[in-house]
Design a protein around this ligand. Structure first.
Ligand code: CP
Ligand code: NVA
Length: 344
């Protein structure tokens, strides 16, 4: 329910802020009129959000900066070479100092412990912009992207006709899906494992047997605690993973910080590239769609799939903005913590 509330709020913000989606948007002399666009809530007016990023980012950073502006506030980007944290000052002291001057911290860190420590000592809410274990704002964008296309997955073949999300007036409920993930079990997958099963979807994960390519104990404990494991199949066989899949997802095989393992990883993930052939031979739903958080490398998915008609990847990246905006509005603007998952 809480996750759903954020997704619906994201869609509302997207519609009122985008001329061709806004209920009031209309063509005048062949041009799109923006005159009647509604102003989103200015909940960040006179407020500043610290973007504490110790790793690179394109989508998350641009989404956060543009979302803060639309909400009437300011985002301050603090890269790892800009501030004292971790070099001249402890995480604890930095959390207290930065939190004392801003209304929220959106942090991209290395080890997940760092974000837990920031949250422990910050006087303002801390939101995870990616850590070694989790990437919670990514799965929100993925959910919005799927929900905008709920008709694609309906049981009625007529409903399967591709419909542009811009014609949607309201988000429709997603039927239960089979979501396959093929590749490295990293942060992006981990949030899917604790999210999709709770919303009624099944997950099939194909990853090499080696424990370092499978979810770590801290993640799996949470999966079990939430009862999500009952709807998850783990296999080393990528064909078995995509069997019956409505959606096939992957991520890079070499996450940020793992560059030294590149040669080993490229070897270990041989056979896990997402292709038409893999999904056909594995028996995916003929109508399967493809998702990827980006940035993408060719080894995990070929060009035919990535740039082909099944691919939802650029809608996913666009939706990072609206979902981050919704969370900023609720968490940093309104301090409405009821609709949000716990710390971290
Ligand atoms: N998907 C994602 O988080 O992209 P960035 O690393 O570019 O922010
Ligand atoms: N697993 C990737 C996700 C990037 C958005 C990484 O951590 O680099």
């Amino acid at each position: 329910q809480q996750i759903q509330r954020i997704v619906v709020h994201s869609y509302h913000l997207k519609r009122i802020s985008t001329p061709w989606l806004a209920p009031q948007g209309r063509l005048e002399n062949g041009k799109l009129s923006t005159a009647k666009l509604r102003m989103p809530s200015q909940s960040l007016f006179n407020k500043s959000i610290a973007l504490l990023f110790s790793k690179r980012s394109t989508r998350t950073r641009v989404s956060a900066e543009t979302a803060a502006t639309l909400l009437g506030g300011q985002a301050i980007f603090l890269g790892k070479d800009d501030i004292q944290i971790g070099v001249n000052e402890s995480v604890r002291d930095s959390a207290r100092v930065i939190g004392g001057m801003t209304q929220g911290i959106f942090a991209r860190v290395g080890a997940h412990d760092e974000i837990e420590e920031l949250a422990r000592y910050s006087p303002v809410p801390v939101l995870n912009a990616l850590s070694s274990l989790w990437h919670p704002t990514q799965v929100l964008a993925d959910l919005l992207t799927l929900q905008e296309r709920a008709q694609l997955f309906g049981s009625n073949p007529k409903q399967r006709e591709d419909r542009e999300p811009k014609k949607l007036q309201h988000l429709e409920e997603l039927p239960p899906l089979t979501i396959a993930y093929v590749g490295d079990c990293a942060n992006v997958l981990n949030d899917m494992l604790v999210t999709y099963p709770r919303l009624g979807h099944k997950m099939r994960v194909g990853a090499p047997e080696n424990a370092k390519y499978r979810p770590p104990t801290a993640v799996w404990d949470r999966v079990v605690e939430l009862g999500c494991d009952k709807r998850i199949l783990m296999t080393a066989d990528p064909q078995e993973a995509v069997h019956g899949a409505d959606v096939v997802v992957t991520d890079t095989w070499i996450s940020m910080g793992q560059e030294a393992e590149k040669a080993e990883r490229l070897k270990d993930f041989q056979g896990y590239q997402v292709t038409e052939k893999l999904c056909k031979e594995g028996g995916a739903n003929p109508n399967w769609k493809f998702m990827h958080c980006l940035p993408r490398k060719q080894e995990e998915v070929d060009d035919e799939v990535f740039y082909g008609p099944r691919s939802l990847v650029f809608s996913e990246s666009d939706n990072r903005k609206w979902t981050i905006m919704a969370v900023f509005d609720l968490l940093f603007g309104k301090w409405d913590l009821t609709g949000l998952p716990g710390k971290g």
